[in-house]
Design a protein around this ligand. Structure first.
Ligand SMILES: *Cc1c(COP(=O)(O)O)cnc(C)c1O
Length: 389
């Protein structure tokens, strides 16, 4: 009988390799190229007859350890690391689509992802139809004969809407398309999209995989045959992950489960408290019983996660007053950090969206988003004390 490791153990132990020096912490291989024993070995490596490293744009041992650890956590056959989350999305599209193909994407994806699909990839002949995250019929209706990918993020940012990954995977497969899930918000500690029927996972490692706001990176995961062309694009075009960043992410993954559990515990406590404050109109957090998709969220996620948003009474003026009154929480649009961050979506992350489209998406002028960090809950509440009045 073989004993299978639990996820927490995989995060600490999976993917590790050790050199002859016997180091316990994984080594950082800062080298652009690798040397060969002789000319014949060089030829065999280049010809693919012998496995091994050639050049760090193709493979690097530290990056490989990171890829193998993340693959073990997501239950994926294959993983390729990229220089950023956006590079992961670009590589997936470049590897799997051609000019004349079509993508169906959720309207509620990361703003830069919208820009990539709507403004850049269109110039290369890839058309994208944007639909509502939570309307399965709209996905069905948008699919065409040339649809290659369904692209989704769940929970969404900033309103934390959730889609049924299982159901969407069925719709995608019936349409002959692959389902891509950007799993940046939940990480494999809270949600495993491949187990729910998705074909491809995208990560911005910049967020919770790093966990302390230091490095940019990303990853694409899935079956070997699906990832092969994505890797082909990466090693040729070059947006691969640096060994230094891979080493930081390797260390980040070791503590992923304890961090995500602590983030979610803090977020639920803060969301519960916010719901009771006179200055708050409405709270959006999948871990709350008041969330319209609470049951679905807890069916496919281990917890509500770390991101919440809320409408303050008094619109933009009140939202800005609240943000400016904070003394501790960082005013920044980033997330996935030990430090809690606060942002006003209507004038930052979603300022390029027209006021009408924003209103239709439910992003009001009084909406505030907090990515809840690892500070003590009492100090977070104290920093938002304006809401108690
Ligand atoms: C940040 C983010 C990205 C892009 O990642 P970068 O590492 O900044 O390129 C993609 N998707 C989601 C959900 C994100 O939050």
């Amino acid at each position: 009988m073989t004993h299978e490791w639990q996820p927490e153990t995989l995060a600490v132990r999976a993917g590790s390799e050790h050199t002859a020096y016997g180091e316990n912490s994984e080594a950082m291989f800062l080298t652009s190229s690798f040397v060969f024993e002789n000319a014949a070995q060089a030829a065999a490596r280049f010809g693919g007859q012998e496995p091994g490293n050639i050049y760090s744009r193709f493979t690097n041992p530290t990056v490989t350890m990171f890829q193998n650890k993340l693959a073990a956590l997501e239950g994926a056959e294959s993983c390729v690391a990229t220089s950023s989350g956006m590079a992961a999305i670009l590589a997936a599209v470049m590897g799997l689509c051609s000019a004349g193909d079509h993508v169906v994407a959720s309207r509620s994806i990361f703003g830069t992802s919208v820009q990539l699909f709507a403004n850049i990839l269109t110039r290369w002949g890839l058309e994208t139809t944007f639909v509502s995250l939570t309307d399965p019929d709209a996905w069905k209706a948008a699919a065409k004969a040339n649809t290659k990918l369904f692209f989704v993020e769940t929970p969404s940012n900033p309103l934390t809407e959730v889609c049924d990954i299982n159901e969407l995977a069925d719709i995608a497969h019936n349409a002959g398309a692959l389902l891509v899930v950007d799993n940046c918000f939940c990480t494999p500690a809270l949600q495993k999209p491949l187990d729910l029927g998705a074909d491809i996972i995208i990560h911005s490692a910049t967020k919770y995989i790093d966990g302390q706001g230091r490095c940019l990176g990303g990853a694409v995961l899935g079956k070997k045959a699906v990832i092969e062309p994505v890797y082909g694009f990466l090693r040729t075009a070059g947006p691969t992950m640096s060994a230094f960043n891979a080493w930081v992410f390797l260390k980040g993954l070791e503590t992923l489960h304890v961090r995500m559990e602590a983030h979610a515990r803090n977020a639920l406590a803060l969301a519960t408290w916010l719901e009771q404050q006179p200055g708050v109109e409405r709270v959006y957090y999948p871990g709350l019983a008041s969330h319209p998709q609470h049951a679905l969220a807890l069916k496919q996620q281990k917890s509500g996660g770390a991101i919440l948003s809320f409408d303050v009474k008094g619109g933009q003026q009140a939202a800005w007053r609240l943000i400016d009154a904070t003394k501790m929480i960082s005013i920044t649009a980033n997330l996935g950090d030990a430090k809690s961050t606060i942002t006003h979506p209507a004038t930052t992350t979603h300022s390029r969206v027209s006021p009408e489209a924003r209103a239709a998406a439910g992003i009001g002028d009084g909406l505030v988003r907090i990515a809840v960090g690892l500070e003590h809950i009492d100090d977070l509440k104290a920093d938002l004390a304006l809401l108690t009045q």
